[in-house]
Design a protein around this ligand. Structure first.
Ligand code: GRF
Length: 219
């Protein structure tokens, strides 16, 4: 069976992208990255893609004067030209419209650095610390129009430690992100995740593979 053709959307440093690149380089991984597209020309992640020999593209949102549908149409054109079947948003900092979600229905994954539905949006770590939660983590989910909402494929949890700052917590969560995203993409690429209503259902052995649909990263 052929590998699933994945396009990654990024805006910045691209450490999650790197985790996907590294996973895809492993023998037998069921997905390949065929395009890395950034909305920011200087995103460091573009260099990571180039180093890995992956095609890159820039579609700069500032060229579209706030016209989100036009920006997304340009994204879609590039993704289609590369034969992309599934999009992985990895630190892609643009709000998407209903049109994009409909065009790529159940074909866009995102990673968010909190245990959704807690703390969607920005400043997640500072807000988690303020709330005094004892577990933090990250979520891989299918994208819907509402920000950081959609069927959850997998989650990974890490402890919040008494002396954590937003930075130290972010670093611990980021490590979990790098473990979680490639595993979730693998399950989706293997067709072992089915969407029923607004829930992502994992096959029983896929649930085992993700350690119960979640991954708890020990200290
Ligand atoms: C990650 O924390 C991701 O969850 C969030 O933005 C950050 C991107 O980091 N959406 P990187 O660009 O993957 O290093």
């Amino acid at each position: 069976m052929g590998k699933l053709k994945v396009g990654a959307l990024i805006s910045g440093r691209g450490t999650n992208l790197q985790a996907l690149i590294d996973a895809a380089a492993q023998r037998g991984y069921p997905a390949e990255l065929v395009l890395v597209l950034s909305n920011r020309p200087n995103a460091r992640g573009l260099k990571r893609a180039e180093a890995a020999g992956i095609e890159t593209a820039v579609v700069d949102h500032t060229d579209f004067g706030g016209d989100r549908p036009a920006f997304e149409a340009a994204l879609t054109e590039r993704l289609e030209a590369a034969g992309v079947e599934l999009i992985c948003q990895a630190g892609f900092m643009r709000i998407v419209t209903a049109g994009y979600v409909a065009r790529w229905w159940n074909r866009v994954l995102n990673i968010h650095p909190s245990l959704l539905p807690a703390f969607p949006g920005l400043e997640t770590h500072a807000r988690a610390l303020e709330a005094g939660v004892k577990l933090a983590g990250c979520t891989v989910h299918f994208v819907r129009e509402a920000v950081d909402q959609g069927p959850i494929v997998g989650q990974a949890a890490v402890p919040v430690l008494p002396d954590d700052s937003a930075e130290s917590l972010a670093a611990r969560v980021l490590e979990a992100e790098h473990a979680l995203y490639p595993r979730c993409l693998k399950l989706v690429a293997e067709g072992r995740v089915r969407i029923e209503g607004e829930q992502a259902r994992l096959e029983p052995d896929a649930v085992d593979e993700l350690a119960g649909g979640r991954l708890v990263v020990p200290r």
